[in-house]
Ligand binder design. Structure first.
Ligand SMILES: [Zn+2]
Length: 282
């Protein structure tokens, strides 16, 4: 069944586990995430980013996820990932998304508060939850060390949530989107300080490439939503590379089928990890 972020993140925060948010961009990736969730009987967040909206029509994505979600009692969140445009957020809500992320992290804090509040006003009127971002999570690893000054500040996070009434907050605690050049570093002490200052669910972007130990520690410290995108893509691309090394010359549909299992394994592995050994009672 369809659910919003609050439906899946509030119990997660209370019980000390995290819900995986997995990026999709087409029918095949949607089916992989859905199949992982139903095979493990765990709630899941299916995330579609504004930046891949040129690949697949958002209305069709909405219809696909609705069709699948109606086949199960497992809570399925259809979430718009990283969106900088309020017009596109409205489009996602019209397409049946149950949750949206407004990314105002490149703006001043005052502008971010103003725009996030506007998104919350629109989304909440439709029963849609809102994730916001405070502090900037780099789009890619440039090899530059992230200094503490670039991280989300606990007091600012508290004020931001109080003023915007956003449902979940993506925080900058050292993670980076995409592949890491060097060793990933999560500033655990900062994460703990933020979790102490706010009660809203906290979101870790750039979850790919971090060690299991670092991720489970981050969950213990208060992270309840972890975004995984790159590792799913890497699993598929790696498989394609292997197939072409073996001189694959089959049909495109056969190629699509062969990358399914490697992606499915990544999603299932992360979902199990994020449970942190908890048993979810429904
Ligand atoms: Zn992100």
């Amino acid at each position: 069944m369809l659910a919003n972020l609050n439906d899946v993140l509030i119990p997660a925060r209370k019980l000390g586990y995290a819900v995986g948010s997995f990026n999709v961009h087409n029918l095949e990736t949607i089916q992989v995430v859905f199949d992982a969730a139903t095979s493990l009987d765990l709630s899941v967040i299916i995330a579609f980013g504004e930046k891949v909206s040129h690949i697949s029509d958002i209305q069709l994505i909405g219809k696909c996820v609705h069709t699948l979600a109606n086949r199960t009692q497992i809570p399925i969140v259809l979430h718009l990932d990283h969106c900088k445009s309020i017009d596109f957020i409205v489009k996602a809500i019209q397409a049946g998304f149950t949750s949206v992320m407004y990314d105002g992290s490149s703006l001043s804090v005052a502008e971010n508060i103003k725009n996030t509040s506007e998104v919350v006003r629109i989304a909440h009127a439709a029963g849609i939850t809102v994730e916001a971002e405070l502090g900037s999570i780099p789009a890619e690893d440039t090899g530059q060390v992230i200094v503490e000054d670039q991280l989300t500040k606990p007091e600012e996070a508290k004020e931001f949530i109080e003023k915007t009434h956003c449902d979940a907050l993506a925080i900058a605690v050292g993670t980076i989107h995409g592949d890491y050049i060097g060793e990933p570093k999560i500033y655990h002490h900062r994460l703990k300080e933020i979790a102490k200052a706010v009660s809203a669910p906290l979101v870790l972007h750039g979850g790919s490439g971090n060690t299991e130990k670092d991720l489970t520690l981050a969950i213990e410290e208060g992270i309840t939503k972890i975004n995984i995108n790159t590792e799913i893509s890497n699993a598929a691309v790696q498989k394609i590379k292997e197939l072409f090394q073996e001189d694959f010359s089959g049909h495109l549909s056969a190629l699509s089928n062969k990358i399914r299992n490697p992606m499915l394994e990544v999603v299932k592995e992360k979902m199990n990890l994020f449970l942190c050994g908890r048993t979810i009672i429904k």
